[in-house]
Design a protein around this ligand. Structure first.
Ligand SMILES: Nc1nc2c(c(=O)[nH]1)N[C@H]1C(S)=C(S)[C@@H](COP(=O)(O)O)O[C@H]1N2
Ligand SMILES: [Mo]
Length: 356
C-alpha cells in the first residue's frame, strides 16, 4: 500500500495554481466538452470562436480575482495541534514578517524555466515556530495544510535539524499566488542533498494556511456546542467501504472508514434537520470554508443514506492522523444522491451547520 501516491483529485483541487495559460485551456476544454457530449450538432467555427473569446474573458476575470482576492496582508497562519499547552496561535502577516529572519539559497524544483538556478528564499524557520509553541512529547510529525486542502507532512526531527522554512520572499520579492505564495514551504535541497529524496517536490506546499503539530484532538463545532472524542464514541459506530477522494496520502483501493453518522451527531447536539435544509460541512482549508460555495449536503441525504464523520480507517481501525487529514474526515457512501463535488471528501472537518 503506497500512502504517498498522489491521488489525482489534488489536481482538481488546485484551481489557483493554474497559470493563465492553463486556465484558458481548461475553459476551452470544458466548453468543447459541453458541446461534444451535450448535443449532436457540431458547433460552427463562428460559435467556437465566440466560445473561445468568452473563455478568454473568463480567464482574465479569474486572474483579476486572484490578484484582488485574499492578498498577503490578509493572509494568516494558524499553528496548533499537540503543542505543550494544547493552545494554538493565529499569526497575522505583520507577525509573520517579524518572525521571518532565516534565509536559504537553494534550487527550486518548481522553477521549470531554469531548474539549476539558485533561488534566495527568506522566511520563518519552522523550528522557530515549534520552539515558540512547544511540541508535546512523542509527537513525530508536523503537517502543513494549504489553501487548496493540500497537505505535506515532515518529521519533527528534520524540522529541528535543517532550516526548512515557511518562505515569505523569493529573490527578495513577495511570492505571488501563481508562484506558490504568499507562504511557501521550502526545503534547503541544495545545501542538504539528503533532503531531496526524502522530501521531493511534492512536499513543497504552496499557499500554506495551517501548521498542525502531531494531530489535533477531536473538536467538532455545532452552533454553540462542541463535541469531543468521548461524545462521538457514545454514538452508534458505522463503517463504510469506499474508494476515497481525499487529497493525497490515501490508498487508491477501497478503504474502510469507521465513524458516526452525521444524522446521529446532529441528533446528539439536539439539532433538527428540516426538509429542504442542508448541512454545511466546514473543514480547515479555505476551500472547505468558502461562504459563497459551501460544501453542503441535502437533508434528504443525511436522513436516507450513509454520510459519516470518519475518525478511524482500515481493518485495524487506525485513528485518522493529521497526515491523512484527520482526526475527522467526511465520508459519503457512493449510494447517496448527493451531487458530485470534488471537495466533498472534506479533510480536517471542524464544523457542521444546518442551513436553509
Ligand atoms: N498547495 C499545494 N502545494 C503543492 C501541490 C498542490 O496541489 N497544492 N502539489 C504538490 C506536488 S504533488 C508537486 S509535484 C508540486 C507541483 O509543482 P508544479 O505545479 O510547479 O509542478 O507541488 C506540490 N505542492
Ligand atoms: Mo506531484
Amino acid at each position: 500500500m503506497n500512502l504517498h501516491k498522489p491521488f489525482n483529485i489534488q489536481n482538481q483541487l488546485r484551481p489557483a495554481t493554474l497559470t493563465p495559460f492553463k486556465i484558458s485551456f481548461t475553459l476551452v476544454y470544458l466548453i468543447l466538452g459541453t458541446y461534444l457530449t451535450g448535443c449532436s450538432d457540431r458547433p460552427t467555427d463562428a460559435e467556437l470562436e465566440r466560445q473561445r473569446q468568452e473563455a478568454i474573458v473568463m480567464n482574465a476575470e479569474a486572474i483579476a480575482t486572484q490578484k484582488t482576492g485574499r492578498n498577503q496582508k490578509e493572509w494568516e497562519l494558524v499553528i496548533g495541534g499537540q503543542t505543550t499547552t494544547g493552545k494554538s496561535v493565529r499569526l497575522s502577516w505583520s507577525e509573520l514578517e517579524a518572525l521571518a529572519t532565516t534565509s536559504i539559497w537553494t534550487q527550486d524544483p518548481h522553477n521549470t524555466n531554469d531548474p539549476d538556478a539558485i533561488v534566495h528564499f527568506h522566511g520563518i524557520a519552522v523550528s522557530r515556530l515549534l520552539n515558540q509553541l512547544g511540541v508535546a512529547p512523542h509527537v513525530k510529525e508536523v503537517t502543513f495544510v494549504a489553501d487548496d486542502a493540500y497537505r505535506s507532512t515532515v518529521n519533527v526531527a528534520d524540522l529541528y535539524q535543517y532550516p526548512i522554512i515557511i518562505a515569505l520572499e523569493r529573490n527578495t520579492q513577495k511570492i505571488s499566488r501563481s508562484e506558490g505564495g504568499p507562504l511557501y514551504l521550502v526545503f534547503p535541497h541544495t545545501e542538504f542533498p539528503q533532503l531531496q529524496s526524502k522530501y521531493p517536490d511534492r512536499f513543497w506546499a504552496f499557499y500554506v494556511t495551517d501548521i498542525v503539530i502531531g494531530t489535533e484532538p477531536i473538536q467538532l463545532r455545532l452552533g454553540k456546542r462542541v463535541l469531543d472524542a468521548s461524545a462521538l464514541e457514545k454514538l452508534p459506530p458505522v463503517t463504510l467501504e469506499e474508494t476515497v477522494g481525499y487529497p493525497l496520502g490515501w490508498p487508491a483501493s477501497k478503504v474502510k472508514l469507521h465513524g458516526v453518522l452525521i444524522r446521529d451527531v446532529l441528533a446528539a447536539a439536539g439539532l433538527q434537520i428540516p426538509n429542504n435544509s442542508y448541512v454545511i460541512v466546514r473543514g480547515k482549508s479555505p476551500i472547505y470554508r468558502d461562504p459563497n460555495n459551501p460544501v453542503r449536503i441535502k437533508a434528504s441525504d443525511i436522513r436516507n443514506c450513509d454520510i459519516l464523520l470518519a475518525t478511524r480507517w482500515g481493518d485495524d481501525r487506525i485513528p485518522i492522523s493529521a497526515t491523512m487529514g484527520g482526526p475527522v474526515t467526511l465520508a459519503i457512501s457512493s449510494s447517496c444522491q448527493t451531487q458530485l463535488d470534488n471537495r466533498r471528501w472534506v479533510t480536517f472537518v471542524e464544523e457542521l451547520e444546518v442551513a436553509d
